[in-house]
Design a protein around this ligand. Structure first.
Ligand code: PGA
Length: 260
């Protein structure tokens, strides 16, 4: 695991964007796994800048989003289908036909989830999966006690996640309680993973994820088993890491061929 600590979320996001950009340059037809939420907004802004100013070309890329609320249509402003078009896709040259997000309006959730898994496989698998992390350790919407081998399926949100997302919906009651999410097994099959976490409120879960035991109670901790994972975190989110000086030393002394 590579733990990259930067003074601010902006600086960490700019470095993470470089990893995404390098992947696309090395493999123009790359398949990206993408998150939503507050955390990746600066990353998307930086990727848009790289597209506009440096010609970063998304025209051959495919994308798969992690999750969607059950019952929200793609034109609902709180749906993740909407979020992706509104925050990222409409500003770059990605072909919308190559973008995928679970269908929250499906009347056959089981078939929809299987079709999502099949589509990921048909695309050749996810080359680079970008993740945020929930305050209780979810990745995608894989809440605590999710099977570490799970595949795309329906999940029920914890009260904490509902509360964390209430600001977008106005009230607790308005937040959908069910979601479709890629599973932890699905995420772990990505060839490379980067996780972004910012702010003091993520410090405890970041420390548990990186330095605690691997446990379904902190789903993100399974990333300790991933052979190619990078964490991009700001100083605040790094506040409870025991080996912080070590991670900083490692990053500051990366051999030139390993830099990005
Ligand atoms: P946030 O959500 O980026 O809004 O904090 C992260 C997540 O739930 O994965």
């Amino acid at each position: 695991m590579e733990i990259i600590i930067q003074p601010t979320a902006e600086e960490a996001s700019r470095l993470a964007a470089r990893v995404v950009a390098n992947k696309i340059k090395a493999k123009p037809s790359a398949t990206l796994g993408l998150p939503t939420g507050r955390t990746p907004l600066v990353l998307y802004r930086e990727l848009i800048r790289l597209h506009k100013e440096e010609g970063l070309d998304f025209s051959s890329c495919s994308t798969f989003n992690l999750d969607e609320y059950v019952g929200l249509a793609p034109d609902n402003k709180n749906s993740y289908n909407f979020y992706m078009r509104d925050s990222f896709f409409k500003y770059v040259n990605i072909d919308l036909k190559n973008t995928h997000c679970p269908d929250g309006m499906t009347d056959d959730i089981v078939a929809t989830c299987q079709a999502y898994e099949d589509a990921i496989e048909e695309s050749g698998g996810i080359d680079l999966q970008v993740l945020g992390i929930g305050s209780e350790g979810h990745i995608g919407f894989n809440e605590p006690t999710s099977s570490l081998a799970s595949r795309t399926r329906i999940k029920t949100l914890t009260a904490k996640t509902v509360q964390d997302n209430t600001a977008f919906f106005g009230s607790v009651d308005a937040v959908p309680k069910h979601v479709i999410t890629m599973g932890i097994g699905t995420i772990m099959q990505a060839k490379e993973v980067i996780l972004l976490a910012f702010g003091r409120q993520k410090a405890s879960v970041v420390a548990k994820t990186i330095e605690g035991p691997v446990t379904a109670m902190v789903p993100a901790s399974v990333l300790q088993h991933h052979p190619h994972v990078k964490f991009f975190i700001d100083e605040e989110a790094a506040a409870e890491l025991k080996l912080k000086p070590y991670y900083t030393t490692v990053f500051n002394n990366k051999p030139k061929w390993q830099q990005f």
